[in-house]
Design a protein around this ligand. Structure first.
Ligand SMILES: Cc1cc2nc3c(=O)[nH]c(=O)nc-3n(C[C@H](O)[C@H](O)[C@H](O)COP(=O)(O)OP(=O)(O)OC[C@H]3O[C@@H](n4cnc5c(N)ncnc54)[C@H](O)[C@@H]3O)c2cc1C
Length: 451
């Protein structure tokens, strides 16, 4: 039986910070015995979700030692691994062998279990869907103590309740992932400046047929008519013939620099953010710049700075990612949203736009539409505005991404996630009637233990 340790834990946004009794099993066979322990057994990966979904003051199970590869089929691009294996470890192994995960989030420092439980997406969600769309099967430890295999065809309902299910169905012990073949470890990118949100959305529409990846960055400090100006980037996989780096030469990159301690709160202020945003905007022009870049620069630029979250200081920050349904009003909706933030005088250091298509899965964030992800320092003003944003987004048919959330309320959750939320809750109630798996998020959003 693993020892219980009291640990102070947080999400990537460093808010909230709570003490959680933690177990760190060395082997998966120890997992089932944990279910007899008092408290809850919420699985936790690398804690890269920004908010409170991987926190439970009643008990968490750290999966960091459950990190073994089990099987790799290099002909079919199939890999089976434990839930605690990280995407970084997986990519370091598979890329030189010509295979890449099809859905890669903005950091590779996530576990496979965490990626499935949040059903994460990448810059190619519009083309490849979400992480779970590429998972052939999972082995899941249920509250009953039984380990079951689930796939899109076998125990289908449990599979799709667990995908994006925020750890509420059980502990993901193993995942079998289908990878996609790649010709090199580089991408050919086309990057250019757009002067407005209309131009940004036009760019997403223009490139959606021919791109492997697309992403937009907005200068959130720009005012008035400039609101929505930014940089649009699209990419396709490069072949060795057109400059792609040979797979054998792929070099895994770790952090080049570490933020050693929490910076004073003033380091990221409105003025330093404005300078950074202006310089970034000026780096490109309307001329379409074509370059060949390595995977790390394109997929994971933030990973180059270890613990960059400490730049926000001890107060921490919120990441807010919401999705606006596609349609004739989408530009106007996004403009209203961004202008409202300006009027409230809250600004984001980074503002990223992605295009999404409706996937499978009950609680999966993606829908047909565009998402915006923004980072806000944890200040009293921001804390007072976020509930208003949630209400506005819900009233306009949008939703927030649970992997980033720590302030949605139980009344708005079903408004945003609709009938799927209701169906999802009834399955988790059946699977875990005694609430073995709960989190701060599950309590906040009224999952389990309802009257
Ligand atoms: C810099 C950065 C960029 C990001 N970019 C993106 C992005 O582009 N797209 C995107 O979708 N997300 C993105 N994210 C969010 C991140 O990908 C997800 O939150 C991911 O789930 C974190 O994985 P983790 O292993 O750290 O899980 P944790 O944060 O530890 O846990 C997240 C959830 O998964 C559950 N969980 C973890 N392991 C298991 C398991 N073995 N079994 C059952 N449940 C489990 C937890 O209970 C919790 O509910 C980003 C995060 C950061 C910090």
């Amino acid at each position: 039986m693993p020892k219980i340790k009291r640990q102070t834990l947080d999400g990537w946004g460093h808010t909230p910070v709570v003490e959680c009794p933690s177990y760190r099993p060395e082997r998966s066979r120890e997992l089932a015995s944990l279910l007899h322990e008092p408290g809850t057994q919420l699985a936790r990966g690398l804690g890269r979700a920004y908010g409170d979904c991987a926190l439970s003051p009643e008990g968490v199970v750290l999966t960091e030692r459950l990190n073994h590869f089990i099987e790799f089929d290099g002909k079919r691009g199939l890999i089976r691994a434990q839930g605690g294996v990280t995407l970084a470890e997986l990519m370091d192994y598979t890329i030189p062998r010509g295979w890449l995960p099809a859905a890669i989030p903005g950091t590779k420092n996530v576990t496979l279990g965490g990626a499935f439980a949040c059903n994460v997406h990448g810059k190619n969600q519009f083309r490849e869907g979400d992480f779970a769309d590429h998972v052939q099967s999972i082995r899941l430890l249920l509250a009953s103590g039984e380990s079951i295999d689930c796939s899109p065809t076998h125990n289908r309902e449990i599979f799709w309740t667990t995908a994006g299910g925020m750890g509420m169905t059980g502990i993901i012990e193993e995942i079998t992932l289908k990878l996609k073949p790649i010709p090199s470890s580089s991408l050919t990118t086309t990057t250019y400046r757009v002067e407005s949100l209309e131009e940004m959305i036009e760019a997403f529409v223009e490139f959606r047929g021919e791109s492997d990846y697309m992403v937009g960055w907005i200068d959130h400090m720009a005012k008035g008519d400039d609101i929505g100006r930014g940089i649009f980037e699209t990419a396709v996989h490069a072949t060795p013939e057109n400059g792609g780096k040979p797979l054998a030469k792929y070099q895994p990159s770790g952090a080049r620099f570490n933020v050693p301690f929490f910076m004073p709160n003033f380091v990221l202020n409105r003025y330093s953010m404005a300078i950074y945003n202006m310089l970034r905007f000026r780096k490109y022009s309307a001329w379409r710049k074509v370059e060949t870049v390595g995977f790390s620069s394109f997929f994971h630029p933030l990973d180059k700075i270890g613990h960059w979250n400490k730049l926000y200081g001890k107060r921490g920050f919120f990441q807010y990612q919401c999705l606006f349904p596609d349609g004739p009003d989408v530009v106007a909706q996004m403009q209203t949203f961004l202008s409202a933030l300006h009027r409230k005088k809250i600004f984001s250091f980074l503002a990223v736009i992605k295009y999404h298509r409706k996937p499978k899965g009950l609680l999966t964030f993606s829908q047909d539409g565009y998402s915006i992800a923004l980072d806000f320092p944890n200040t009293p003003r921001v804390r007072s505005v976020l509930p208003q944003l949630n209400k506005w987004v819900a009233d306009n048919g949008g939703r927030v991404y649970l992997a980033k959330d720590s302030c949605l309320t139980a009344d708005l959750f079903p408004v945003m996630y609709g009938k799927a939320a209701h169906d999802w809750m009834s399955v988790i109630d059946q699977l875990d009637p005694d609430a073995h798996f709960t989190s701060l998020m599950s309590k906040r959003l009224g999952w389990k233990y309802r009257a």
